[in-house]
Design a protein around this ligand. Structure first.
Ligand SMILES: [Zn+2]
Length: 254
């Protein structure tokens, strides 16, 4: 299985428009971060987790020509705003399967009403086939099974996903013990950490490191990073040997 980090930044991306923070002027390409998303692909199967406002650019960069499904973690714009840009995939493949919590599906229906329109639909609009994700109900993706991981983003119930020995949890603040149980024996855990200072709805770096230590994956990658985390090169130097700050276009194989 291959994982391509399409974006590793927090909601505004890095650099933040108009920011005078030193990280915004970094010449290290690892300090440029699009909105958070990953492409997971194996043996001809191809899934995207989240589809934010940088989706089009990310797909052009990674060269993904087929999408078998989009797994949504939650409805916030940095994870969903790119849905309209599935059009080239829809024109070639037909309805694109999306997978999301019922609340997220209702939210997408409201914000992208023309995509879900059943009568007099504009011919250029894309269509999706809708799959509701329910916690504790694993579902198939190609020849593998996806296990939803119920987590809290502040007080919002959102999903992380486990596929084989890989798990992706973004926008995490709280994980109940029964959900952490689902993460045993991972080769790779991706988990979000916003910055060093605490935040009401995101792990900070220490919380993410504590969580990684409790899950004990072989390797962990940190994503959904704010410019306030600091320079990639400096932060990476402070991390345990099996923990890495992800960066845009990092590709890993499991
Ligand atoms: Zn987010």
């Amino acid at each position: 299985m291959n994982v391509w980090f399409l974006g590793t930044g927090t909601s505004q991306g890095i650099p933040v428009i108009g920011s005078t923070h030193p990280v915004s002027f970094s010449s290290d390409p690892r300090d440029k971060r699009l909105r958070v998303s990953v492409w997971v692909y194996w043996e001809g199967h191809s899934y995207i987790i989240d589809c934010g406002p940088d989706f089009r650019q990310q797909m052009l960069t990674c060269g993904c020509v087929k999408i078998d499904g989009i797994l949504y973690t939650h409805e916030h714009a940095d994870h969903t705003a790119g849905l309209d840009d599935i059009r080239p995939y829809f024109f070639r493949q037909g309805n694109i399967p999306i997978y999301a919590h019922k609340r997220v599906l209702r939210n997408l229906e409201k914000r992208f009403d023309y995509i879900f329109e059943e009568e007099n639909k504009y011919p250029g609009a894309p269509s999706v086939s809708v799959n509701e994700v329910i916690n504790n109900e694993p579902f198939p993706a190609g020849n593998k099974t996806v296990i939803p991981i119920g987590i809290l983003h502040g007080s919002l119930e959102i999903f992380g996903y486990r596929i084989g020995n890989f798990a992706y949890l973004t926008d995490v603040k709280t994980v109940a013990p029964e959900e952490t149980e689902k993460l045993k024996g991972l080769k790779v855990l991706v988990v979000s950490a916003l910055r060093e200072e605490p935040h009401h709805s995101h792990f900070n770096l220490d919380e993410a490191l504590d969580f990684i230590a409790s899950v004990k994956p072989e390797r962990a990658y940190i994503t959904h990073i704010s410019h306030m985390m600091g320079f990639h090169a400096e932060v990476q130097g402070k991390l345990p040997a099996n923990v890495f700050l992800a960066y845009d276009n990092l590709q890993i194989t499991l």
